[in-house]
Design a protein around this ligand. Structure first.
Ligand code: NAD
Length: 254
C-alpha cells in the first residue's frame, strides 16, 4: 500500500518550488492534498501537475493571517475529515537581502511573520486534527541558514533558527499524543526564491560557484528535498522526532 494512502497532507507554499515538488511526491504516494499559498496561479499550476485521481483543494491564504489560517483549517477538516501530515513550507526572503545584513524593522517583522508565525499558526489550528489522526506528523522547512550564518540575510537566518527551535519545542508538546515534528534544512536549491542567485551566476559565467559550498559540489533539486520531507512525514520515520535534517549535499558538514 502507498505510504500516504487514506491520508491528507496540508502543504503551505505549495504554489512553487519545494512545496510543489512535495505536493507531487505525496500525491504520487497516495495522499489527498490541501494546497496553501498566496499565489493562486501557482497553486492552480501545481494542482494541474498532480497524478490523475488525486484529491486536492487549493487555498489562497497568507500564512501570517491568523483569521485566514483558522478558516482554512476548519474548511480542510470539513472537506477531508482532518489532516495527518502538515508541511509548514511557505517562506520568504527579503528582496535585495542576498548576502547582506538587514536592519530594517519592517523587513525583520515580515520575515518573522511568514517564516516563524506562519508555521506557528498552522500548527496551532491543525493541532486537534493531527492528534486525532493517530499517525500525525509535521515537517517544517527550515534552512541551512538556520544552522549557521546564511546567504539570505540575517533576518532570514534568525527566522530559520527560530523555526528549528520551534520544531523541537513542538516535538515536546506533541510527543505524548504520538505526533512527530521534524524539520528539513535545505542547502541551495533551484526554486523561485533563489532565481536571482541562479540568474546572476549564469549571467556572470559563475555557475560552478553555485554548488561550491556543498561537499557534493552542486546545488540541489526541489525533488530531493521533497523526498526527504516525504520520508520524515511517513511511518518509515516512526521513531524520529524533534530533528532538523540537512538536505544540503554536505554544505553544513564541515
Ligand atoms: P519558492 O519561492 O519557489 O516557494 C515559496 C512559496 O511560498 C511561494 O509559492 C510563495 O508564494 C509562498 N509564500 C510566500 N509567502 C507566503 C505567505 N505569506 N503565505 C502563503 N504562501 C507564501 O521558494 P522555495 O525555495 O520553494 O521555498 C520553500 C521553502 O524552502 C521556504 O521556507 C524557504 O525558506 C526554504 N528554503 C529554500 C532554499 C532554497 O535554496 N531554495 C533553501 C533553504 C530553505
Amino acid at each position: 500500500e502507498p505510504r500516504f494512502a487514506n491520508m491528507t497532507a496540508l502543504i503551505t507554499g505549495a504554489g512553487s518550488g519545494i512545496g510543489r515538488a512535495t505536493a507531487i511526491r505525496l500525491a504520487d504516494e497516495g495522499a489527498a492534498l490541501a494546497l496553501v499559498d498566496l499565489n493562486e496561479t501557482g497553486l492552480e499550476e501545481t494542482a494541474s501537475m498532480l497524478p490523475e485521481g488525486c484529491r486536492a483543494r487549493i487555498y489562497v491564504v497568507d500564512v501570517a493571517d491568523e483569521k485566514a489560517v483558522e478558516t482554512c483549517a476548519v474548511d480542510v477538516e470539513n472537506t477531508f475529515g482532518g489532516i495527518s501530515v502538515l508541511c509548514n513550507n511557505a517562506g520568504m526572503i527579503c528582496e535585495g537581502s542576498w548576502g547582506r545584513s538587514q536592519e530594517d524593522f519592517a523587513d525583520w517583522r515580515k520575515v518573522y511573520e511568514v517564516n516563524v508565525l506562519g508555521a506557528m499558526l498552522f500548527t496551532k489550528y491543525t493541532r486537534e486534527q493531527l492528534k486525532a489522526s493517530g499517525v500525525g506528523s509535521i515537517v517544517n522547512t527550515a534552512s541551512v541558514a538556520g544552522i549557521r550564518a546564511g546567504a539570505g540575510g540575517n533576518a532570514y537566518s534568525a527566522s530559520k533558527a527560530a523555526l528549528i527551535n520551534f520544531t523541537k519545542t513542538s516535538a515536546c508538546d506533541f510527543g505524548e499524543h504520538g505526533v512527530r515534528v521534524n524539520a528539513v534544512c535545505p542547502g541551495l536549491i533551484e526554486t523561485g526564491m533563489t532565481k536571482p542567485v541562479f540568474d546572476y551566476a549564469r549571467h556572470a559565467g559563475k555557475e560552478e560557484k553555485l554548488g561550491s559550498r556543498a561537499e557534493l559540489r552542486r546545488h540541489g533539486d526541489p525533488t530531493e528535498v521533497a523526498a526527504t520531507i516525504a520520508f520524515l512525514a511517513s511511518k518509515d520515520a516512526s521513531f524520529i522526532t524533534g530533528q532538523a535534517l540537512a538536505v544540503d549535499g554536505g554544505n553544513t558538514s564541515s
